[in-house]
Ligand binder design. Structure first.
Ligand code: ADP
Ligand code: MG
Length: 701
């Protein structure tokens, strides 16, 4: 970077100390370079008036001239929308409003000439402008300046200090003048030539002052590619580095433990996907390099079995294994179900959690050290320094998004050579996000559920249909089934009118009176022992209804439970809803998920619930989630800090560029793993600069 770009923002003409302080505080802009990398969030193309027939998906915000021929309000309540027919002299298109309908309606004039601005969106094969900006034509329209107008996000604080979008644009102009001819290239020339990218300086100029729509697109492409490319290069570089640094334990043989289990204990046929994943892991553990693999598989896809079988291979090779779960309930459940599966196999398996009693702890510590303990299952308690192994070869981390990076790193240090690490998650995330957030891991996917599962049927009921819900529950209980009812909060947040667990419990006791109906309750504030007792009662069918907060979200397995009722479902995120739904549908019975919500729903909540009703596919749901909320908010992504540090790329839309960037990065590292080739000097320099700017780089996977 040139000196001028590193210059403090306060010295840029037109800024000064006060504005500089605001820019830093509100937008984290401290240097001229950071200003130049603060990109517009939208553009309005005022270079020309478009015709409706010219609309295509590559256009930014556009302007069209025409008249409104009809206005109509459709739908009821929250689903209400207003649609105006807009005619450009040749064709019609719809303008749509979901909010502020009353106001817009009172201002719209029929058969009056307007210029409408907006980003065209396609819906059912037709182009529409949603919430367009409107300007009345009063004879001057034709004289509009011919430029593409950029818009920058600004905050309230900025606005009240007269730092609006236009002021930012002015500053960009000053900055670009100052830096003219001095912006050095940040990608190798051979790569720029190969991909026919435009130079960095041209890209920066055009992102702020686009010459025309086509140059703007090229500028966007160049900057998006570069952004995604360096993230991928960094992740893959990290992965290579790690693989070269650490030799891995070699699991040479598949021995008696595995074979005995496979032939005599396995209660079902493995699915094709399970077999494939075991093979993938087997290959990793033979390669002499440390495995770092993410196993993604929808809820109920049978990840635990894969983990167990790989643990058996570790044991066959004289290694110990451990399995860490985020909650006590889950760890206990793994322990119990694995003990049951293992039967009389000669392996020593123990459970270590926060509530393991001291005498038992001492035994565990001792047996870990002398090597007689083969598999340790537990919670965060496994992380403690006092938990030392004789020869740990494999670490399985279940529901890994619940653990921090540092915690995972801690497990690495439990052997002189780091153990192989298998992290598992049932929170599917979109592929593009996985590539970014887990870009330094190898990924296996179980994309097949065990046979015989009937798809869960999902319904959405409004609160005022509670009587029907209760009737349904009674019917299912009469059939011998069990019911989960989940509430979002344990304590009502003072003013909000959400049904909380305790209130719900009282309510249910009335609706489902003893002795015919018995109800268990678990929540986060209960002692572990009490929780376990209640869970056991439900598992043993002593109670038919389990009411709970989201403590049951991850991993609980009670095959006879066939109905999941989620109260105030609008309060939950999509991935959480999907996780909860995954608690049922584990047996052979038809299972149901019932989403209860209030009648008043925001547009987004409605879409979430509709998505749940429409599909059972975790990956589809993850994609929808990303579209609705943006990548930064998705569960499991926050800790990486990458997904939402993106300045220009959008993981929901730029999947192709991302894939391309990753392929390129892989290609480069394959031919020049240490980046020693002088042609690639620039890559090393940029990676180092990135390390400085992204504090989170240390926190990858
Ligand atoms: P998850 O991937 O959500 O952790 P689990 O490992 O808890 O899923 O498995 C869900 C249920 O499916 C368990 O009861 C498990 O015993 C069962 N299961 C796993 N694999 C198979 C299979 N291949 N065939 C039939 N049932 C299976
Ligand atoms: Mg699981």
């Amino acid at each position: 970077m040139t000196v001028i770009l590193e210059q403090e923002i306060k010295f840029l003409p037109g800024v000064g100390p006060k504005r500089a302080a605001i820019l830093t505080q509100e937008l984290k802009i401290t240097t001229v370079a950071e200003l130049l990398y603060y990109f517009p969030y939208k553009y309005i193309d005022r270079t020309k008036f478009y015709k409706i027939r010219e609309i295509n998906e590559t256009l930014p915000f556009i302007q069209i001239q025409g008249v409104i021929t009809a206005i109509e309000t459709l739908g009821e309540g929250r689903a209400q929308r207003m649609v105006a027919n807009f005619y450009d002299g040749e064709n019609q298109m719809e303008l749509v409003w979901f909010r502020g309908i009353k106001f817009v309606k009172s201002t719209l004039k029929k058969n009056f000439p307007y210029i409408v601005f907006g980003k065209p969106t396609e819906f059912n094969g037709k182009w529409k402008l949603v919430h367009p900006e409107l300007e009345e034509v009063n004879g001057e329209a034709e004289k509009k300046e011919g430029y593409i107008q950029p818009f920058y996000n600004t905050t309230e604080k900025m606005k009240s200090n007269f730092l609006v979008s236009k002021s930012i644009l002015k500053l960009q102009h000053t900055a670009l003048q100052l830096c003219k001819g001095k912006i050095t290239e940040t990608l190798p020339h051979w790569l720029i030539d190969q991909l026919k990218l435009i130079p960095l300086e041209t890209a920066l100029i055009n992102i702020h002052f686009p010459a025309d729509p086509s140059t703007l697109r090229k500028a966007e492409y160049r900057l998006k590619f570069e952004e995604l490319f360096y993230i991928q290069l960094k992740l893959l570089h990290l992965k290579h580095e790690r693989q070269n640094k650490f030799k891995g334990h070699i699991f040479k043989e598949v021995g008696d433990h595995f074979n005995d289990f496979f032939h005599h204990h396995l209660p079902f046929e493995l699915t094709g996907a399970q077999k494939r994943v075991i093979k993938e892991i087997r290959k990793d553990t033979l390669a002499g390099k440390q495995m770092n693999r993410l196993l993604q598989g929808d809820v109920g896809s049978g990840k635990t079995m894969v983990a167990l079988m790989v643990s058996l291979i570790a044991m066959d090779n004289g290694f110990q294994a451990c399995m860490m779960a985020p909650t006590e309930i889950l760890a206990q459940q793994h322990h119990q179900s694995i003990l049951k599966l293992i039967g009389n196999l000669p392996v020593n398996i123990k459970l270590l959690t926060g509530s393991t009693k001291k005498p038992e702890r001492l035994i565990i510590h001792q047996q870990l050290l002398d090597g007689s303990l083969n598999l340790l299952i537990g919670t965060h308690a496994l992380l403690e320094d006092i938990v030392e192994f004789k020869n740990l070869g494999l670490v399985v981390i279940d529901e890994q998004h619940r653990f921090g990076v540092m915690q995972r790193a801690k497990m690495w240090r439990k052997n002189y050579l780091p153990p192989h690490v298998l992290v598992m998650t049932a929170t599917p995330i979109p592929r593009t996000l996985a590539m970014t957030v887990y870009g330094d891991l190898d990924v296996s996917v179980i994309d097949e559920l065990p046979p015989g599962r009937k798809p869960i049927r999902t319904f959405h009921y409004y609160d005022n249909h509670r009587a029907e819900l209760y009737q349904f529950i009674r019917k299912e209980i009469a059939l011998g089934r069990q019911i989960y009812i989940v509430f979002p909060l344990i304590k009502e947040s003072e003013k909000l009118d959400f049904k909380n667990l305790e209130e719900g419990f009282e309510h249910l006791q009335v609706a489902f009176p003893l002795p015919e109906y018995r109800i268990s309750m678990v929540h986060g504030k209960m002692k572990a022992v009490a929780k376990e007792v209640e869970m056991q009662r439900f598992k043993n069918k002593e109670t038919q209804i389990l009411i709970a907060t989201t403590v049951i979200e991850v991993g609980v397995d009670v095959p006879n439970a066939s109905v999941m009722v989620i109260e105030s479902a609008e309060r939950f995120g999509l991935s959480q809803l999907h996780q909860l739904r995954g608690r049922v549908g584990r047996g052979a019975d038809q299972s149901y998920c019932i989403l209860m919500s209030s009648v008043k729903l925001s547009q987004e909540s409605r879409q979430r619930l509709e998505t749940m009703v429409a599909t059972n596919d975790g990956f589809e749901i993850a994609e929808a989630d990303m579209r609705l909320r943006g990548p930064g908010d998705l569960e499991g992504t926050q800790q990486s800090g990458l997904a939402f540090d993106l300045r220009i790329s959008n993981l929901a839309k730029d999947g192709q560029i991302l894939q391309y960037a990753r392929d390129k990065a892989e290609e480069i590292l394959a031919s020049d793993p240490l980046l020693h080739n002088p042609e690639n000097n620039i890559l090393v320099r940029q990676l180092m600069a990135l390390r400085k700017n992204h504090l989170n780089w240390g926190a990858i996977s």
